[in-house]
Design a protein around this ligand. Sequence first.
Ligand code: DC
Length: 210
Amino acid sequence: MRVIAIDGPAGSGKSTVARRLAERLGLEYLDTGAMYRAVTFAALRRGIDPADGDDVARLARDIELVVDDEGVRVDTVDATIEIRGPEVTRAVSIVAANPAVREEMVRRQRSWAESRGGGVIEGRDIGTVVFPSAELKVYLTAKPEVRAARRSKEVTDLDYQTVAADLARRDALDEGREASPLAEAEGALVVDTSNLSVDEIVDELQRRLP
Ligand code: DC
């Protein structure tokens, strides 16, 4: 099984880099953040409080969840757009901090990779927890103002200050939580993407592949 693990904070360039690397290598790509967002979406839709650990954990085990090139579907409902919206973005950190939800997502991520012979997988705990023996582990980072500028280009309905504040809040929650906090994996290649183009980053990753 050929797994490439890409972790890092929001706006570090993970999705763009992971997608392009997957294309070049002929592998499939998995956005695990979309999975935590999809569970959050499902909870909000069913009126479950995202902070209710047991109910959200049960939901995470029960829902049918598909994340692929066409988008994200939760129990056949298309959630591609809504998982990026402000309600889900506000509530996702508490769902991602739930250890039982994480356990279920990790189980699904491993089975996704096993059934495909591997893939390029991005998230926060891929190199540290999900695939510590991945053939390449990468930790992408960038200056906070660069990351906030990238995010505010994606979310056109919010101003830069709001996006920057939200990013800082989520970074603190992702790094500070007890269950699988965002951290550099042992042996990870650390790349600061602040001043690099996507192709420069992907070239560097390809050079490092065994
Ligand atoms: O990458 P993103 O912004 O779509 O991720 C959404 C949230 O999910 C973010 O707050 C971090 C969390 N997450 C996580 O805890 N573990 C992962 N493997 C991926 C995302």
